[in-house]
Design a protein around this ligand. Structure first.
Ligand SMILES: [Zn+2]
Length: 604
């Protein structure tokens, strides 16, 4: 194409992206799910409907029409050709290797991890990607601590006979400060409702209460009764237990106890007791880091919590209800104090992230990156089931890794057209608590303010083509909108998380990217399978549930990667649009991660 033509397109693109930003503030316009208003995570209707005058709408349409008629910055044909290099056969090749028994389930810190790292580095090197860690390495190695607690004691002094709680049946607790011994004696208990401080909702459960040296008792989840508040039924990060513990630490509490109820957790007590009584992993704390004021975290059953509240003359059900009131004030559990004693041991292991880049060409933009993430670790070897002990992790997540490798190869083929750069961050230690991405976010190889967006792939559609796509994070940032745009060209609708109350947005590696402000999305397989018999979706759902985190997650004869191939091509094109966009991608106004993004951009 000639230069003048390119200049015109560039100007149009700039103009379009300016208006596009307003356009994105109203996600109602970009998809068709009738339940959208009910489950949209951003509930500020005035923000969402404030976009543009009729004039602006018309100019947007005009500009889009012109852009469509002369193509975008990258030639459509060139982009399509590059996308077509993503093939289901090559995806299957990567998956077959990584999920083979030889890789022993790719457990964090094991020989299987080393084999995976060697494979990924060899593939990235062969396609001509650059080392992403310093000048010469593809590998970011980091220390983890495995923590096992052998002794758990928790008791409450009520001025009478005292209340003893039984580990596992009544409570679980673990050190939050990476210490071997935790000994808290007769600390005061303060109920802090949801334990949330959210200035954007004018919400503060602590209300200036000094909780230093005290144990805070917290209700799980976030308020659900108002769609303008904390996403209504959707669980925001404020509603996740990790937020509660982090906030308690920030407030200087000596301990943090979450009251378990099945509705506020979304799962029963057995899930809590099983998952927290196993070995837990952490990124090893820097020895120079300031001492964590919070010595332990815990959960208590609803039944025993109710008993404690009663001993303080309070009714638990009333107190749980009172938390929904914005005027809620912390309540001291008068006359009670709690003692906790824990003894733990640790082992140190090392894990490795693999980072590769393909540099862009625009002198002003090439230090900015689109980051693709996928975790390559899985559960390793566990107790045998029918003689099989290897958790092959084919769908979770050799499949996502294969998609990122394929996308990188396609980027390499159109590298001369790339304005920004692209990075593949293939992380380890996801299955033990999203720790590889946490480490990367804490020790980034690219400053978060220079990352325009993140697309995270964790599990791909291995069951055949679908009409639709699902994006966890739809409507929350402009990266999701770019996927909607590309899917739209293929006539495919995009839907949001069908179960936002489960907080899936906070459960894979993109969350650690969002936490440092990067506009991140987590595409998931669609649900409308094409050309399949009735009941296929139900069958797939039960099959996936049975295979999930089990030795049966392996390449099976019923696999069909043609859906994954189509989906990955769309992600690739959307990523390319972000790489060549005039502006960096951004969070929707009022999103819970907008403030940290704006701060990171202004600090830079
Ligand atoms: Zn996974």
């Amino acid at each position: 194409m000639n230069l003048a033509n390119q200049e015109i397109k560039k100007k149009l693109w700039m103009l379009a992206s300016r208006i596009h930003i307003r356009f994105q503030a109203n996600p109602n316009r970009i998809h068709t799910n009738p339940n959208w208003a009910l489950i949209h995570p951003l509930k500020n209707r005035t923000e969402r409907t404030r976009w543009g005058s009729t004039y602006e709408r018309w100019s947007l349409l005009l500009i889009l029409a012109v852009l469509l008629s002369c193509g975008s910055l990258v030639d459509d044909k060139e982009l399509n050709d590059a996308a077509k290099e993503i093939t289901k056969e090559q995806m299957m090749d990567h998956i077959t290797v990584l999920s083979s028994d030889a890789y022993q389930g790719r457990g964090t810190g094991t020989e299987g991890e080393q084999m995976s790292v060697d494979y990924l580095v060899a593939e990235l090197e062969a396609m001509g990607a650059q080392p992403g860690v310093g000048d010469s390495s593809f590998v970011q190695k980091f220390p983890l601590l495995g923590q096992v607690t052998d002794t758990h004691r928790m008791s409450v002094n009520d001025g009478a006979n005292g209340i003893n709680l039984a580990f596992y049946d009544d409570f679980v607790a673990w050190p939050s400060n990476q210490r071997t011994e935790v000994d808290v004696q007769n600390a005061e208990l303060v109920y802090v409702g949801y334990g949330i401080q959210a200035p954007e909702y004018d919400w503060d459960d602590y209300k200036g209460m000094d909780v230093e040296g005290k144990i805070v008792v917290i209700k799980n989840n976030d308020p659900e009764y108002d769609e303008n508040l904390f996403g209504g039924r959707a669980r925001l990060y404020y509603g996740r237990y990790t937020y509660k513990y982090e906030k308690a630490q920030e407030m200087g509490a000596i301990g943090a106890v979450i009251i378990h109820t099945t509705p506020t957790a979304g799962y029963g007590w057995s899930v809590v007791s099983n998952s927290w009584s196993r070995e837990r992993f952490y990124v090893k704390a820097n020895p120079d880091a300031p001492e964590n004021p919070t010595k332990f975290n815990a959960w208590i059953t609803e039944e025993r919590s109710s008993e404690l509240f009663a001993a303080a003359g309070l009714q638990l059900s009333d107190m749980l209800e009172e938390a929904d009131n914005p005027d809620f004030e912390p309540v001291v559990l008068e006359g009670l104090s709690m003692s906790v004693n824990l003894e733990s041991r640790y082992r140190e292991i090392f894990a490795q992230n693999v980072v590769a880049t393909i540099p862009g060409n625009d002198p002003e933009l090439k230090d900015e990156y689109l980051v693709l993430t996928a975790h390559f670790d899985h559960l390793g070897v566990t107790s045998p089931i029918d003689g099989d002990a290897i958790n092959n992790g084919a769908e979770d997540n050799a499949a996502g890794v294969s998609a990122v490798l394929e996308m990188m190869e396609s980027f390499k083929s159109i590298q001369p057209e790339m304005r920004r750069s692209v990075a593949a961050v293939l992380v380890s230690a996801e299955e033990v608590g999203l720790l590889g991405s946490e480490y990367w976010a804490q020790h980034p190889t690219i400053a978060p303010s220079k990352v325009t967006a993140n697309i995270n792939l964790d599990g791909m559609n291995v069951y055949g083509p679908t009409n639709d796509l699902v994006i966890i994070g739809l409507g929350r940032n402009t990266m999701a909108d770019l996927v909607v745009q590309e899917a739209g060209k293929a006539g495919r609708p995009v839907y949001p998380d069908p179960a936002p109350e489960n907080g899936i947005f906070y459960r894979s590696d993109h969350f650690n990217m969002a936490k440092v402000g990067i506009p991140a999305i987590f595409p998931n397989p669609g649900r409308e399978f094409l050309g399949k018999p009735e009941g296929y979706l139900e069958m797939i759902d039960s099959l996936s549930a049975a295979n999930y985190h089990s030795v049966n997650d392996e390449v099976n004869e019923y696999w069909d990667l043609s859906g994954a191939e189509q989906d990955t091509r769309i992600f690739f094109k959307a990523a390319m649009n972000a790489i060549n966009a005039e502006q960096q991608q951004q969070w929707a106004p009022g999103d819970e991660f907008e403030a940290v993004r704006l701060k990171s951009l202004s600090d830079n």
